[in-house]
Design a protein around this ligand. Sequence first.
Ligand SMILES: NC(=O)c1ccc[n+]([C@@H]2O[C@H](COP(=O)([O-])OP(=O)(O)OC[C@H]3O[C@@H](n4cnc5c(N)ncnc54)[C@H](O)[C@@H]3O)[C@@H](O)[C@H]2O)c1
Length: 280
Amino acid sequence: MKRFAGKVSVITGAGSGIGRALAVDLAKRGARLALSDVDLVSVAETAALCEKKGADVRHYQLDVADRAAVLANADAVVAEFGAVNLVINNAGVALLAPVAEMTWEDLEWVMNVDYWGVVHGTKAFLPHLIASGDGHLVNISSVFGLVGVPTQSAYNSAKFAVRGFTEALRQEMLIEGRRVGVTCVHPGGIRTNIVRNARADGGVTSEEVRGWFDRIALTTPERAASVILRGVERNRPRILVGPDAYVFDAMPRLLGPFYQRVAVQGIKLASRFGMKLGPY
Ligand SMILES: NC(=O)c1ccc[n+]([C@@H]2O[C@H](COP(=O)([O-])OP(=O)(O)OC[C@H]3O[C@@H](n4cnc5c(N)ncnc54)[C@H](O)[C@@H]3O)[C@@H](O)[C@H]2O)c1
């Protein structure tokens, strides 16, 4: 996809953070927008911001964990716009919990939103992307889809799975000769509400993480949006967002499984400076 003007673009989780910044950036570039979020008030605010930029926008309340609702949303978007060119499966949630203390409910919550939400969005919209003749699918993983991190087992599981799912799909599209680009995005720390909205188990409080996350998250959502859209224009298979993402990407490639030992030392050191990851 070389330009976004006139392209029908679907963004989930568009009420905040990276999703909102993508919506506003695409609005400036002349895209037509189908925005959704589980939080109707926040996605309506994003839609209003995009309308101010002159964009043709519809917004929908949508829980990406609800398969039937996502399938119905795809039908509604196609009925409204006639086609779909770009789908960004962005909605996501976070959980801080050591495996031993993590509740089944919270593990399922993360998998339902962060993994199944992406799969629902992909399967629901893929036939329309193929039919468009100029389609692109973007699935948002994380640097935690590249390396495992203590207290992040659920999020790691979902984000590694998104990466595998997306990389397999890109190859399928290429083998089948489909005109659908497929990209997996791995952001580092982006200054959004993700930690503010996180759940925590086992005596871990997300408050202690919020304090330092906002200080060490290096990248603004606006910058993240611009990096992602540049990567889509170039049909990149993988997009790293932020300088920290390049460090996370290099660690397992340079160190193999020994990256885990380095990570443990790094986490112990960070803890001495008050950057505690829950109990660690
Ligand atoms: N912020 C970071 O540092 C960071 C790093 C790596 C990856 N990511 C990923 O980026 C994506 C966007 O996150 P963000 O940082 O902008 O967070 P955010 O909390 O600011 O925005 C996430 C949005 O998703 C929505 N949402 C939550 N559950 C939903 C559901 N079930 N259905 C539909 N919408 C739902 C929320 O209402 C919110 O508007 C997520 O997939 C996240 O995992 C973020």
